[in-house]
Design a protein around this ligand. Sequence first.
Ligand code: ZN
Ligand code: ZN
Length: 338
Amino acid sequence: MVSSNDVRRLFLQAVLSRRVMTREVALKLWEKCIGAVKAANDALEIQFTGDRNSWDEFVTKINDELNLMNLEFAQMSDEITGKEMCALVNRKGDEVAQLATEYTALEIAYFKAVLHQIITATNDAFCISSMAALRETNNLNMSKSQAEVVLSSFVAKGWLVKSRRGRYSLSLRTLMELLPYLKSTYPNNLLECTICMEVVTRGISCYTKNCQTHLHAHCSDKYRRRSQNCPTCQANWSTEANAKKLDRIGEVAYKEGQDAHRRRPFQERSDSEDEDEEDAEAETSQPSQSQPSQASQPTRTQTRKNKKKAVREEDMDIDDEDEPEPEPPRTQKRKSRR
Ligand SMILES: [Zn+2]
Ligand SMILES: [Zn+2]
């Protein structure tokens, strides 16, 4: 007998085969799932309204269930497009275990080293050149050509974004899936958007000394339609001169030559420069603790079993589930700022 639980089950099956989607697509999937379940049992009192409250309620219920498996149906705005995105993400621990099913321990160590340089880039540029990325192999038993291959793979699978200028930065996938790791490893390096409270790696900062206002480009666009004053210190951003003074976050903040030297070395503290900040990377030096994440496996197996039940995915014209689709290469270009 189908019940309203089947809506959540069907929805998760659909989500599993897509991985990342816009909120619009997620809402459409939800609607289809409700339709399919109602078609199988007309007596069920469920209805698709599509309003924010019922969506939030639905997501909360799903997450209560997923929580047991350390999974989460997470929502976050894409910093590049400003679109609200949803994805099923692994929330287990604060390691980068999510990469372990696809990459070797060495590749993961390399990924962490590159991540470290991106996050600690000076001027809040949150990006590094290919050269700087390749230089990270110096501390690892990895050749430059191996690194080139694995870097392209990080980009193709959506773990890093490569800009037109060839600079690497954090992707939506990394920000969503590795958030616990990023937050615990870099509590002092990550910036938080004053409006939406999510991590900002592309946007603006207020120029007032000690003002902690940082905004995503899309949050700033929306906010500045309503107000021209800094939400924290009330500085007046409306004049052209003041607007120009706003500090940039992300690749636009990159200054030529800034990554000729690493600001803070990864996994080797001896030759560290001036700053003596705690570097949480140092102690996690070896990737042996990166356990392959099994969390997503049982759900896929379950997907198969559930196919036998009354309502099937096919009834809803939702993706089939043979192989998880490879992440489409991220070809998005940075939106030029107005
Ligand atoms: Zn924001
Ligand atoms: Zn301010």
